[in-house]
Design a protein around this ligand. Structure first.
Ligand code: PEP
Length: 245
């Protein structure tokens, strides 16, 4: 269960979140719990999560190791800051950062080289769904962003299916819609990396997941977890989501 904080919370608010959140998820051992705070809050989040099983990750990463890339953060820097996870290809990065599938592949590769677990996001826009292009978009995003990995690399990747029309809109995908997309992604994995990889890969659902809809979503066999934006900002609400896992 992953919480993407986007551009929310200061250092102080980060500390306050963990003070409330840690005891609420104490004793949860059956799933990974990861928070993706803004970069500047990572040290505070690491410190506040110390001694718990909660992990901290970066919301984005540059594909280079180091260099003249003003404003960017490398995978090695995230790893050195104690991160084990990183989001790659979030739709907001694709939209505002003009990220392509080729960028997603490079970022995923550099994350893996640094020992991070990338959560690679894919998902169709509303107009693409309405035009009946969901399958085509997911296949293209998989082909461009993930199929170029080796089997060994792919075994360390987590995928997040995030229909763009469901992110921050309150319009969660129905469990059936989500499950169809997850099955499609899993079949692409099976074609490229084989049946074992398709069975093993964790595919998270993201898009307006809330405490009151998460349980029904998680009943779907092909949904292995959730990537949560808005509802991860509140300790009580995110802890309820974690418990639903
Ligand atoms: C997200 O940011 O990845 C996300 C799914 O946001 P929300 O839960 O707010 O829709």
């Amino acid at each position: 269960m992953a919480g993407n904080w986007k551009m929310y919370k200061t250092v102080q608010q980060t500390i306050e979140f963990f003070q409330r959140f840690n005891p609420l998820v104490n004793g949860v051992h059956k799933c990974d719990v990861v928070i993706f705070p803004p970069f500047v809050n990572i040290p505070a989040a690491q410190c506040a999560a110390a001694g718990t099983e909660i992990k901290v990750g970066g919301q984005d990463v540059h594909w280079g190791k180091e260099g003249a890339y003003t404003g960017e953060i490398s995978a090695g820097m995230l790893a050195a800051a104690g991160c084990e996870w990183v989001l790659v290809g979030h739709s907001e990065r694709r939209l505002y950062g003009f990220e392509t599938d080729a960028d997603v592949l490079k970022k995923t590769q550099s994350s893996l080289e640094a020992g991070l677990t990338p959560v690679v996001c894919v998902g169709e826009k509303l107009e693409e769904r309405k035009a009946g292009k969901t399958e085509q978009i997911l296949v293209e995003q998989f082909a461009g962003g993930l199929a170029g990995l080796t089997e060994e690399q792919f075994s360390k990747v987590v995928i997040a299916y995030e229909p763009v029309w469901a992110i921050g809109t309150g319009h969660t995908a129905t469990p059936d819609i989500a499950a169809d997309a997850h099955r499609l992604i899993r079949s692409e994995v099976q074609k490229r990396f084989g049946s074992d990889a398709a069975e093993a890969v964790r595919i998270l659902y993201g898009g307006s997941v809330k405490p009151d809809n998460v349980e029904r979503l998680m009943l779907e066999q092909d949904l292995d977890g959730a990537l949560v934006g808005g509802a991860s900002l509140d300790a009580e609400s995110f802890s309820k989501i974690v418990h639903a896992a």
